[in-house]
Design a protein around this ligand. Sequence first.
Ligand SMILES: [Fe+2]
Length: 301
Amino acid sequence: MAANDLFKSGLSGVFRIVHISDLHFWHLPGNPLVWRGKRLLGLANLLLRRARKFRLEAAPQLVEEIHKDQPDHLVVSGDISTTSLNLEFQAFRQMFSDWLESSGKITLVAGNHDRYTRRVMREKLFEKTFSDILDPDSGSRIRLIQPGLGLATFDPCVPRPISARGFVDPFQLRLLEESIRSCDWSSLRALLFVCHYPAEVPLQHADHQKGHGLVGAEGILKVLQGVPVPICWLHGHIHHPWRFFSPSIPNLTYYNPGSPLLRRSQGISLGRWVLDWDGQRIHSEWRSLPAASAWFEASKE
Ligand SMILES: [Fe+2]
């Protein structure tokens, strides 16, 4: 099937992408065997803090808002779960079934919470749960999702005993480099790069990078310097929404929707980025509940 036959746009002439991240579905298991290792820390944290902050009862409203956005494609940039429990993955599946059950309507990448333990990684629980929608070759090629619009994914999520750092695997980086080198850029006008972690963050959040940063991020930046079209890096991981213009690569912009179900003093945001592709360029718009519309922007578009 040709790429331009894959989707029927709800808005004439515009291909709409909605980007969300860090939903953090959570579940407190009754089985004591699950409460061990790193998961013991995560579940204790859940009991003490996260269960109060991540309001899962708002998930149906988020889905309703996304439906109203009329997206042609949904991007979910990781951390759908909290401790990589199957029940958390299944809760996401159930809530987003409209996109998961239609071919080619969603791009999903793992977050560090979706690879919470070594066992989860070894047994490929995330990959098995979403085998029907994950493209095993997505890390090694740029997929055309619309004429002129390419999409690449990168997965640096690894389980760590304490920190939440990601790791750029050299082999995966070589695949990315090769896919960029071999891409026919004359047919592309923009690239969506979907990765749970950002390579750079606004100065105000620099402290956050100490325990949450991406080890080897400079390697990705070096490779992306070879991309001759605008790049939208769609990520999450840090629960503060922003649009941030890369200080090191002029044609690179980071989009972070924050965490839409996280309750702050203003309430929950149901925040998401709406990216409209008109065939030539991407127009971005931040959408959230009015009471939580405050968001951080490092610089103007
Ligand atoms: Fe994360």
